[in-house]
Design a binder for this molecule. Structure first.
Ligand code: ADP
Ligand code: MG
Length: 284
């Protein structure tokens, strides 16, 4: 009945694999599974080796990165099974779904809600950067809510494109990431490191507040040109009620050159957060 490869026998012994597909990404299908012993749900990310076509090193990267990550705002890898055809990653279940879908549903967020979300993303990014992990593909599709409640945590997932930097000033040269959220230096192939994630957080913050991305184009070349120009606006119609502090926060992240962008831990100190989060302020 099961399509694709036969599941790892030990996995099937320990877990019940449900038909509930949590999501489909570039390489993986993600299903809900239940640990028989406890009845607790987890996420099973199935990556078919044939779909990788020589990009197998990416799996190894993802595994080595994920297995080290333990933070409330990052999805952690709990177990791993491998067969000839596929790799099975068992992670925390983020039952609240993608920020992408919630954003589509809501249109945009209030400043308070946007600040709370962006703050959590930055806490996760600060943790990753502290371990020399650059995500490189931060976008609303890769940000998942821990559950369906109002107080759900936002968790960063999909470290497939990230890489553990070994040397301090190691520059990552591969063109990757997702148009719209990707930093100009990635498109220009002039190397990129941690600042590319800070740029993406800036794009995410902008998008959450108004419901559309700051850089735009009819087609991919036009979009790339828009990103490389680095020019964006706060259209009156959508931004007139949004505070100067919010705009100053975004402006502080969407800067070039990359070296001028703040570290994640510094971005967390922006007065916008102090103004918006008051009571529920958490320290990283
Ligand atoms: P890919 O590397 O193929 O893009 P992702 O890790 O991004 O795979 O997963 C694809 C989609 O599956 C996500 O966008 C999300 O909707 C869903 N998903 C992934 N991990 C989880 C999880 N731990 N809990 C719930 N849904 C998940
Ligand atoms: Mg993904």
């Amino acid at each position: 009945k099961e399509q694709g490869p036969r599941m790892h026998p030990e996995l099937l012994e320990l877990y019940t694999v449900t038909d509930h597909v949590l999501g489909v990404g570039t390489f993986a299908t993600v299903k809900e599974i239940i640990l028989k012993e406890t009845g607790k749900s987890y996420a099973l990310k199935i990556i078919l080796k044939k779909s990788l076509q020589g990009k197998g090193a990416m799996i190894d990267t993802e595994i080595s990165v994920l297995s080290k990550v333990r933070h409330p705002n990052c999805v952690s890898l709990l177990e791993l099974f491998e067969t000839e055809d596929a790799v099975y990653l068992i992670t925390d279940l983020a039952a609240g779904g993608e920020l992408f879908d919630q954003l589509l549903q809501k249109g945009s967020y209030t400043e308070g809600d946007a600040a709370r979300l962006v703050y959590q993303i930055l806490l996760g990014v600060a943790y990753l950067h502290d371990r020399d992990i650059v995500h490189r593909d931060l976008k609303p599709e890769n940000l998942l809510f821990s559950d369906k409640t109002e107080s759900a945590r936002l968790m960063i997932t999909d470290f497939g494109l990230s890489k553990v930097l070994t040397a301090q000033n190691d520059v990552l040269m591969t063109a990757c990431g997702t148009p719209g959220y990707v930093a100009p230096e990635v498109l220009q192939q002039i190397g990129h490191g941690k600042p590319v994630d800070i740029w993406s957080v800036g794009v995410i913050a902008y998008t959450l507040l108004c419901g559309y991305t700051p850089f735009w184009g009819e087609d991919q070349p036009a979009l790339f040109e828009s990103i490389i120009s680095g020019e964006y606006e706060y259209e009156e119609e959508y931004w007139s009620d949004i505070s100067p502090l919010a705009k100053s926060f975004i402006d502080s992240l969407l800067v070039r050159p990359a070296e001028k962008r703040p570290l994640a831990e510094h971005a967390l100190n922006h007065p916008w957060f102090r103004a918006m989060l008051e009571q529920d302020m958490v320290t990283p």
